[in-house]
Design a protein around this ligand. Structure first.
Ligand SMILES: [Zn+2]
Length: 471
């Protein structure tokens, strides 16, 4: 996410919050006749308390969505979720806020369900054995955007001609039920029916378009594992261009002509150029396609939605923002945070990618000058009073996570040298591809590849409050 315009006000409210270990329920030992118990409610991530659930691991979401942007309700849907039970389950929770559920089935049989805040509690007619099961939820309503005092406005956002979905960190469950935490990735299929004349854009590749009377149905398939917050459906009037990058990666971009009438080709070209450049530097592009969406959404951020980052027009016009969001395809999307407190692993790296792009294109300083300029800000509370590896919810998108996070990488690069530094980045994305990872894992990798003791460097740059004086 690029969110610098809201960062300053966010940081005034900043407090330091500790980041506790995950309390994901451990899998029980296999037994011949396992007693079914309820899946855990919540994964114990303090930044998104209550989010995520234990007892199962989602493999695939199939979202059949009828979106009528100006209708009430604006969404009528069936979510069919294929999951593996990691224990025998008497019941389990799905994250879901708002909306009206009209039917739930488990393996085709009607299931009992109830609502508690932010959860749909499902009790199947018969306990679920370990292994594969399917739950289908029929629901409708108008998803409510999240207005967060600290994080601003995000989620399901109404635009002038449709809807825009930017859900980081925790708004996916305002528009579909699921296991809403980056620890549980899955593949996605989207079947989106919209009024004739509108286009529906989702993650992955377009596999079908079918007109029927007054509606059109767009079918998208995202075949690579994806965190729930990176799922998107943008509906509106769009100019579309698709093809392949010079490096051979399929690309699809959609631009709302109302906000950026001339921008389609330059946006397409920059997206293609950045994708190919990062694939050379960071390792093979992790997904089946690249691209992006430029929309007229009333939000203050760009977001790295998988395969197709989303931008407002003012941000799409800045190549370093495109460089930032596309670097997230490696750092954040393919390799995701294990806990939200690890978010410098996304934003510090993406900010560093902005510095690399600025240097490469001659539009910015060298990374060392970017570092020096910030290090000279001796009294910046934004940078020095918040530790990048423990920002808490209030400073999740603040300067420390982004800029001190990037400074940490520059400090590392100076310490270990260019060859080791870029080898560390490439090993990071290769070893944790499609998974999630923690800050201690990054520290261990950097030490392994460089052969150096880097504990002090990471301690003062990531974990300690205050401006590092030596490392
Ligand atoms: Zn970002």
């Amino acid at each position: 996410m690029s969110a610098r315009r809201i960062a300053a006000s966010v940081l005034l409210l900043a407090t330091l919050t500790g980041c506790s270990e995950s309390v994901r329920a451990p899998a029980a030992a296999p037994r011949p006749a396992e007693r079914p118990v309820a899946g855990a409610a919540g994964l114990g991530d303090p930044v998104v308390p209550g989010d995520g659930n234990g007892g199962y691991d989602v493999q695939h979401y199939d979202l059949d969505l009828r979106v009528t942007p100006r209708g009430r309700p604006s969404l009528a849907a069936t979510a069919t979720i294929t999951a593996d039970a990691t224990q025998a389950l008497s019941r389990f929770d799905l994250d879901l806020t708002g909306l009206t559920v009209s039917k739930v089935t488990v393996d085709g049989a009607p299931a009992a369900y109830s609502r508690v805040p932010d959860k749909l509690v499902v009790t199947p007619a018969r306990p679920i054995a370990r292994g594969r099961f399917t739950v289908a939820v029929v629901y409708s309503g108008t998803p409510a955007a999240v207005d967060d005092r600290q994080l601003g406005r995000y989620g399901w956002i109404r635009t002038g001609d449709g809807t825009f979905v930017g859900a980081e960190p925790d708004a996916a469950h305002t528009w579909f039920p699921g296991n809403d935490h980056p620890q549980d990735k899955a593949t996605f299929g989207f079947r989106v029916t919209v009024p004739k004349g509108l286009t529906a854009v989702a993650n992955g590749q377009l596999t079908g378009t079918a007109a029927s009377g007054r509606t059109t149905t767009y079918t998208w398939r995202a075949r690579d594992p994806m965190a729930t917050y990176l799922a998107m459906v943008d509906v509106g009037r769009f100019k579309v261009r698709s093809g392949r990058t010079p490096g051979g990666i399929p690309i699809y971009v959609a631009v709302d002509p109302a906000v950026d009438p001339a921008g389609l080709n330059s946006f397409y070209d920059t997206t293609a150029k950045v994708t190919d450049a990062w694939a050379k530097l960071f390792g093979p592009y992790p997904f089946e396609s690249t691209g992006g969406v430029v929309d007229d959404a009333p939000v203050q951020f760009a977001l790295e939605t998988q395969t197709k980052p989303e931008y407002v027009a003012s941000m799409a016009a800045v190549p370093t923002v495109i460089a930032h969001e596309l670097s997230h395809q490696w750092f954040g999307d393919s390799v995701s945070v294990h806990q939200w407190g690890d978010i410098w692993l996304n934003e510090g790296f993406a900010t560093y990618a902005e510095w690399l792009w600025g240097e490469r294109e001659g539009s910015g300083d060298t990374p060392q000058r970017e570092f020096d300029g910030r290090y000279a800000q001796q009294h910046s509370a934004d940078l020095w009073n918040i530790a990048p590896a423990a920002p808490g919810r209030s400073a999740l998108f603040g300067r420390s996570v982004y800029e001190r996070g990037a400074m940490t990488l520059q400090a590392l690069r100076r310490k270990v040298g260019d060859q080791h530094f870029f080898a560390i980045l490439r090993a990071w994305v290769a070893e944790h591809r499609y998974g999630d990872a923690t800050t201690p894992q990054f520290v261990a990798l950097a030490q392994r590849i460089s052969g150096m003791d880097l504990r002090h460097l990471f301690q003062v740059w990531l974990y300690d409050r205050g401006r590092p004086v030596n490392w």
